[in-house]
Design a protein around this ligand. Structure first.
Ligand SMILES: Nc1ncnc2c1ncn2[C@@H]1O[C@H](COP(=O)(O)OP(=O)(O)OP(=O)(O)O)[C@@H](O)[C@H]1O
Ligand SMILES: [Mg+2]
Length: 591
């Protein structure tokens, strides 16, 4: 029924939620137990309740009840009707109030746990290494975060409901066993055989539904994300119908599997109801000539009520298990994110140990290959970068320039070899301190759909913008004229990923953002490639003059970009060739 992997999933969730939630879960379990018992008890009480009206003497002469009746001064049958009715009323009221409280708490607690789990998953994903993100489609991460919203509806609530129903069935079974062992065993036996058979029959379908749902959900995210990203190309190529066709297929499969799952979860209920009605008709027919109606009638009512009660519970149990099965792949995916071993956001972060950079960065015997293919991208790299130096990196496209600076900036770690900063080896425990010293303007600059000033002074930790600095960096990157000409100046919106401004403007906002951070090391990866040569030259000169202690690393295809570099390396055949500055590089090329 509830399989081991579900228990493991539950354990993983228990491990990450706060202690308070764990206590609340325990209280909820106790309430579930109590409520299940009371519910069955109040239904079981219908049998004596009806008997009292049919034959009050049964109660009056009952040796267990007699002392109570004496205490209440009841001796006549007429006097017993009210207390019994009132008692029954109270019992039912308590039972259903508790049940309603349970439904409320179950739903609320599940959503709160869901909230904690979801927050944690988001935190884990955005804390993952750069390598993790480059190896994984962002549609997958998006789907993962989206799945995490469903953990209450697809896992916690079904599990809690399944436990509740199992308890009710268990108590009911005991109750019916006491009242009438034969009926008890036959009803329970029948229910069990019926659902067990259906369970086995549908198991395979549910597994495939679970798989398809998970797969298609990711595909939907990827497709929508990619088509919106490529919208210019789609419009020009008129390839909308191609994307529509794909969307159509995936979403159809996805929704059809949901419909299949819904049908499978409803089917046994309908079939069972049909059987019950047939059974009642047959029983009525069989008993029609019997005279001892006072014995038969209450039994009959109990029987019908028991079935009425047991059937929905059995169905809730079945439905919950079906849900758990169809959502299995999705839940496992969420759990895989939870198992990423990082610090929880609820715990206080350790202080990041600072790292000193006064003299030089050294790369020693460094090798690198990306995880999946084993081809070396960089092999036996040795390089020394002095503080305040301007290092240029050239090389053919795809030679590994961006990879090299990703390694230097600590985004990816070398497969072997070392990076030393003032003779201190960079390792996981001090890498965070190192990353803080670096500003990187990469080949793809991401702009927020927000104002120019927020895009430049991007620091979510600091609310106040330093306008003096903002103006200064904009002057350096030659953006001030452009901004002044905008209707809203610094408050102009750049559009999602800068759709409302030009490529060169995007790049200069990227550089301004990096300068605004005043990091000790500035890395520009083809960051001025969209600028005309004259503007580029002014921007470069301004950056060099801006701070003489700034260590600058520039990657460029256009050699004139490297005019101010006092050391240049060329990435070639996985290794580095060093040049003594711009002039030496030009001389080498000319010869
Ligand atoms: N995430 C990745 N996984 C696997 N291989 C990668 C990954 N990123 C880059 N590569 C490969 O590593 C090699 C070096 O890529 P890199 O981006 O460093 O080149 P580059 O010199 O910066 O090129 P360009 O001048 O075109 O920007 C390429 O052959 C590329 O195919
Ligand atoms: Mg590159």
């Amino acid at each position: 029924m509830i399989r081991i992997n579900q228990v493991n999933t539950f354990k993983t969730i228990l491990n990450v939620i706060s202690r308070r939630r764990k206590y609340q879960l325990i209280i909820l379990s106790l309430l579930t137990f109590l409520s299940s018992f009371l519910e069955v008890f109040s239904i079981g009480a219908i049998f004596p309740f009806v008997s009292v009206f049919l034959d009050p003497l049964i109660i009056l002469n009952n040796e267990y009840v007699k002392p109570i009746l004496v205490y209440l001064e009841i001796s006549k049958p007429v006097e017993i009707y009210f207390p019994v009715t009132f008692g029954f009323f109270i019992l039912t009221t308590i039972s259903y109030s508790l049940k309603s409280l349970l439904v409320y708490l179950r739903s609320k607690l599940s959503r709160i746990i869901n909230f904690e789990v979801s927050t944690l998953i988001y935190w884990k994903i955005i804390n993952e290494s750069y390598q993790f993100h480059t190896n994984q489609n962002s549609g997958d991460s998006l789907a993962g975060i989206n799945f995490s919203f469903t953990i209450a509806g697809s896992f916690l609530i079904p599990i809690l409901k399944a436990i509740n129903s199992t308890l009710i069935l268990f108590f009911a079974f005991i109750g019916i066993l006491i009242l009438n062992p034969l009926i008890g065993v036959s009803i329970l036996g029948f229910l069990f055989v019926f659902y067990f058979t259906i369970g086995i029959m549908t198991n395979k379908i549910l597994k495939s539904i679970s798989f398809t749902q998970n797969e298609n959900y990711s595909k939907i995210f990827k497709l929508v994300k990619e088509s919106l990203g490529a919208i210019k190309m789609i419009i020009l190529n008129k390839s909308q119908s191609f994307y529509l066709k794909n969307y159509n297929r995936i979403i159809r499969d996805y929704l059809m599997t949901i419909s299949k799952a819904e049908y499978i979860s409803q089917l046994p209920k309908l079939f069972f109801e049909y059987i019950i009605i047939i059974l009642i008709i047959v029983l009525t027919f069989t008993f029609k000539e019997k005279e001892n109606i006072t014995v038969i009638f209450p039994l009959f009512i109990t029987f019908v009520l028991a079935f009425q009660k047991l059937l929905p519970e059995a169905n809730i149990l079945y439905d919950s298990i079906t849900r758990l099965k169809t959502k299995k792949a999705i839940i496992e995916r969420v759990i895989s994110y939870l198992k990423i071993n990082q610090k929880s956001p609820f715990k206080q972060e350790d202080k990041i140990p600072p790292i000193n950079f006064k003299n030089k960065i050294q790369l020693k015997n460094l090798n690198f290959n990306y995880e999946k293919d084993n081809k070396l991208i960089l092999s036996d790299i040795n390089l020394s970068i002095n503080k305040g130096q301007c290092l240029g990196i050239v090389g053919k496209t795809g030679s590994g320039k961006s990879t090299l600076i990703d390694i230097i900036s600590g985004l990816i770690s070398p497969t072997s070899g070392q990076i030393l900063v003032d003779n201190v080896i960079l390792e996981p425990k001090n890498i965070e301190g190192w990353k803080q010293k670096i500003s990187l303007v990469s080949q793809n600059i991401f702009l927020f759909d927000s104002t120019i000033e927020e895009n430049i002074a991007f620091n979510p930790m600091e609310k106040n913008i330093n306008y003096e600095k903002l103006h200064e960096v904009c002057k350096i990157v030659q953006l001030n004229d452009f901004i002044e000409n905008q209707q809203k100046g610094f408050q102009s919106i750049v559009g999602e990923n800068g759709v409302r401004i030009s490529g060169g403007q995007i790049q200069r906002i990227g550089i301004a953002r990096a300068l605004y951070n005043s990091s000790e090391i500035l890395i520009l990866d083809e960051a001025t490639s969209a600028l005309d040569e004259q503007t580029e030259s002014i921007v470069m000169k301004n950056i060099i003059e801006y701070s003489n202690n700034l260590t600058l690393i520039i990657i460029a295809h256009r050699l004139t970009t490297l005019k101010y570099c006092n050391k240049i390396v060329k990435v070639e055949s996985k290794g580095l060739i060093e040049f003594d500055g711009y002039k030496s590089l030009i001389k080498k090329i000319k010869t």
